[in-house]
Design a protein around this ligand. Sequence first.
Ligand code: HAM
Length: 417
Amino acid sequence: MERLPGFRDFYPEPLPHPDVWSADARQYIFAKWRATARTYGFREYDGPPLEPLELFTTKSGEEIVGQLYNFADKGERSVSLRPEMTPTLARMVAAHERNYKKPIKWFAVPQLYRYERQQKGRLREHFQFNADLIGESDPAADAELIALLIDSLRAFGLTAEDFVVRLSSRNAWHEFYHRGRQDSSEADAVHEYQFFQVIDKLERALPEESAKKLAALGFKLDDVNAFIAGGKPTAQLQFILDNLAARGLGGFVKIDYHVIRGLAYYTGVVFEAFDRKGEFRAIAGGGRYDNLVKLISGGKVNLPALGFGMGDVVLLELLKARGLLPAFDANVDVFCLIEEESLRPATLQLVQNLRLSGRAVEFPLTPTKPDKQFKRAQELKASFTAKLDNDSYVRIRNLKTRQEVVAGVRDAANHLT
Ligand code: HAM
């Protein structure tokens, strides 16, 4: 039986085949994400992987709706696997926001599902580090979140030479759009979103195609390109740049009006992180979505919000390409040798005590020849072997320095440094 296209098997290293993914690398990435989020005071939350279909159809915009894994469940409810986390977060916050002091700073590491055309950096399932800040409209919140995005990437050893956060603003594009059109009707909001979609695809589409689509909406490609090339920061963007510069993070951001984001709910500042060489798809993307909580709560709760999502797929490709992944070993601290079967009960006691002291311990489950035991200890890259001489004394050997000490059994844990 084959796995479905666009889904992944995660194996412990060393990897048995080029077509599988590393469970160790995944764990490494998650741990860095969580540790960095905590240094910024973000708390972890999670929601259901399956949601009512409606949560996504009205809020996220056409592009994601076309990629939904949706079906009718056995109770004939229309449901969908989550393609993104933001609508779930908005629902959860709206339900219980009174219990939390503002601003709310939350993060999650959900697995998300999108029926996408498979290509480099895009699968049908991925994990995404989401960090969102809710209840603060000041651009200081935007700067704080972007600083977290930058530091989450720096935590892996990536530098300003490896990646850049391209900063833009839907407000700036909104103004550009309304300089071209005076209309502000409901129909015009749809029209404006179509315009945003063309901008979002500008770098990937042929210029003739973009020009044609823009013309149909009443705009000239040359004007659009001139606006992007001008790259003049709005007052809000300038505030964010200054705030990041004060943190010493100025080298990680630049204004780039190519970025507008595909999702429908963004309202203000938007941004995307890319590798500097432009070899990969976006590493992360996010922005302000000041109306989403209100929309999802049916007008009951109104809170400004912003956040970003960083996928594990592109990040892993980038870390591999830059040689920034550590070697993943079994991480066994101690291998307990049992050469004398009569000492097995006492060795089991030792194993138990060492594990209770937090050490990763391995030992032969069944009677095994001494040379095989030693080979296994080496394969597992154990730091120490421990062998009982008798019920009371244990011989501890450091496999790197080859130094050996004899210690009392109860004292064994103190000799493992
Ligand atoms: P997004 O731009 O759709 O934003 O996704 C964010 C990141 O997730 C992308 O930059 C990419 O790294 C990764 N990603 C997306 N789709 C795939 C895929 N099919 N395969 C692999 N990786 C993928 C959002 O999802 C927003 N909800 C982020 C957000 C949070 N905005 C505010 N808060």
